[in-house]
Design a protein around this ligand. Structure first.
Ligand SMILES: Cc1cc2nc3c(=O)[nH]c(=O)nc-3n(C[C@H](O)[C@H](O)[C@H](O)COP(=O)(O)OP(=O)(O)OC[C@H]3O[C@@H](n4cnc5c(N)ncnc54)[C@H](O)[C@@H]3O)c2cc1C
Length: 413
C-alpha cells in the first residue's frame, strides 16, 4: 500500500507552483487567518466568501468532487497539494461545513444535487452542521427536535447547542429532526436542509471560555421548510446522518487536512533548538529534549494514521477501523501535544496574543484552552473508543462503514 498522496512528480510540482503563485498574487496579506479566531472580522468574512468562489471556479475549493456538481474533478494528490499550499498561505478554509456535501452526494436526488450541492460546492451558499441538542450529543439517536408534515411542507421545532460556523448565519442549517415519534430509534428521523433566513430561526452566539470555536445555540420555532429540503426518505435520516458521522469519525482521513506539514511540531522543535538557557539549547535539558522528541514521534504517527484513512477513502476502498483509529489517536494526541508545549516552554506557553514575550504570537495559549474542548468535537473521547471497538468487533455489535462518496460511486438514492 502506498498512501503517500504527494509523490514528487514533475506534474505535481508544476501544479504546486501554479497554486502557490496564484495564492501569492491573489491573497491580501491583511486578510490572512489571524492567530486568534476572535480577530476574524466581518470584512475578512466577506473577503473569503468571494475568494472561495474564485477558488471553486478553479476547481481548488472542493478538488475531488465531480465537476458537474461544482467540484474540481481532481485527484487526491492534487487535493494534498492544494491543502498544503492553502495552509502555508494562511488562507481561510472553513467558511462552510465540509461534511454536508458528502451526505447530499450519497443520499440526495439529482434534483437536490442541482438545487443544493452545486451552490454549496461553488461557494455561493454556506452550511452549518446542526447536530447536537442540549440533551443529545453523544446519543444522537435520541433526537427530540421535531418535524411535522403540513401539506407538502414540514414545520420544525427544536433547539441545538455548540453549532460551529463563521459569519452571523449560514444559508442552511443541516441536520436531523424527529419525523415519527412512534417509530423505533434509528428509524424515526429525517435529514433536513433548513433555510436559515426562514421566520422562526433564531441563532445566538455561544461564548465559550475555550475561544476559537465560533459556537452558537439555535432555536427553531414553527419553522416552515419545503418538502424537497428533506434529503433521503422521512425515516432515513439516521442513514444520511451516518454518512456525515463516518467523516466526523475519521473515515475521510480529515478531508486532506492532515496532509499539510505539522507546523506545530516543527515550531516546538525550533523553539527547543534555538532557545538558550545558561548558554545551552533548551532541548539539551533532559525533560525538554524528551518531550520534544515524543511530540515529534506522536505527530508523525498521527499524520500516518490519517494519511492511511485518506488514502483508503480516495481509492474507493471500504474502510474497516482505520478512520476510527485515526480519529481516536488524534484526540489523545491533541491533549498530550498541548501538555508538551507546557513542559517545554513553561509559563511562556500561557502568554496571550497581546504579550510581546509570547512564543508564536500567543498561539499556544489559545491552543491550550482549546485542547480539551476540541477533543469533544465530533464525539467525545469515550465515544471515539466505542466507535473503534465496534469497528474492530470487540464490542456487543460489529459495525461497517456508512456509505460515502468514492470515485465513481453511485448515489444511494
Ligand atoms: C469545539 C466544538 C465544536 C463543536 N461543533 C459542533 C458543530 O458544529 N455541530 C454540532 O452539531 N455539534 C458540535 N459540537 C458538539 C459535539 O459534537 C458534542 O459536544 C459531542 O458530541 C458530545 O456531546 P455532549 O457535549 O452533549 O456530551 P454528552 O453526550 O452529554 O457526554 C458527556 C460525557 O459523557 C460521556 N458519555 C456519553 N455517553 C457515553 C457512553 N455511551 N459511554 C461512555 N461515555 C459516554 C461522554 O464521553 C462525555 O465525557 C462541538 C463541540 C465542541 C466542543
Amino acid at each position: 500500500m502506498d498512501f503517500n498522496m504527494t509523490p514528487p512528480t514533475t506534474e505535481m510540482e508544476q501544479f504546486r507552483q501554479e497554486v502557490r503563485t496564484w495564492l501569492e498574487e491573489n491573497i491580501d496579506e491583511r486578510m490572512k487567518e489571524p492567530v486568534d479566531e476572535d480577530d476574524f472580522t466581518g470584512e475578512m468574512y466577506s473577503y473569503w466568501r468571494e475568494k472561495h468562489q474564485q477558488l471553486a471556479k478553479k476547481g481548488w475549493l472542493n478538488p475531488t468532487y465531480p465537476k458537474e456538481y461544482g467540484g474540481g474533478g481532481l485527484t487526491g494528490a492534487h487535493e494534498a497539494v492544494i491543502v498544503q499550499e492553502l495552509r502555508e498561505a494562511r488562507a481561510c478554509s472553513n467558511m462552510s461545513d465540509r461534511r454536508t456535501p458528502e451526505s447530499i452526494m450519497v443520499w440526495g436526488s439529482e434534483e437536490q444535487k442541482q438545487k443544493f450541492l452545486v451552490p454549496i460546492l461553488t461557494a455561493k451558499v454556506t452550511t452549518w452542521q446542526k447536530l447536537t441538542e442540549p440533551h443529545s450529543g453523544s446519543d444522537l439517536a435520541s433526537y427530540e427536535s421535531k418535524a411535522v408534515r403540513d401539506g407538502d411542507d414540514w414545520i420544525l421545532n427544536g433547539s441545538n447547542v455548540f453549532i460551529s460556523g463563521r459569519g452571523a448565519r449560514p444559508d442552511y442549517l443541516c441536520g436531523p429532526m424527529q419525523t415519527d415519534r412512534d417509530a423505533p430509534r434509528h428509524r424515526n428521523l429525517g435529514y433536513f436542509l433548513i433555510p436559515a433566513d426562514q421566520p422562526g430561526v433564531e441563532i445566538r452566539p455561544m461564548n465559550l471560555v475555550v475561544g476559537n470555536t465560533h459556537s452558537h445555540t439555535i432555536f427553531l420555532t414553527n419553522v416552515r421548510v419545503p418538502g424537497n429540503h428533506l434529503i433521503g426518505g422521512d425515516h432515513q435520516g439516521w442513514q444520511v446522518l451516518s454518512t456525515q458521522l463516518e467523516q466526523e469519525h475519521g473515515g475521510d482521513g480529515g478531508g486532506g487536512g492532515s496532509l499539510a506539514p505539522n507546523r506545530s511540531v516543527e515550531s516546538l522543535i525550533t523553539y527547543a533548538r534555538e532557545t538558550k538557557v545558561n548558554g545551552r539549547s533548551l532541548g539539551s535539558y533532559p525533560l525538554a529534549g524528551q518531550s520534544t522528541t515524543e511530540a515529534y514521534i506522536d505527530g508523525h504517527v498521527d499524520k500516518l494514521f490519517s494519511q492511511r484513512a485518506y488514502w483508503i477513502h480516495q481509492s474507493g476502498s471500504e474502510p474497516a477501523h482505520e478512520g476510527a483509529l485515526s480519529h481516536l489517536f488524534d484526540k489523545l494526541y491533541g491533549i498530550r501535544h498541548e501538555a508538551r508545549f507546557r513542559e517545554v516552554m513553561g509559563p511562556y506557553s500561557l502568554l496571550g496574543t497581546t504579550d510581546p514575550l509570547a512564543p508564536h504570537g500567543g498561539l499556544q495559549e489559545i491552543r491550550m484552552r482549546n485542547a480539551l474542548a476540541i477533543s469533544h468535537r465530533a464525539g467525545s473521547l469515550n465515544i471515539a473508543k466505542v466507535v473503534l471497538a465496534r469497528r474492530m468487533g470487540v464490542s456487543r455489535t460489529k459495525e461497517r462503514a456508512a456509505p460515502m462518496r468514492t470515485k465513481g460511486a453511485k448515489s444511494a438514492h
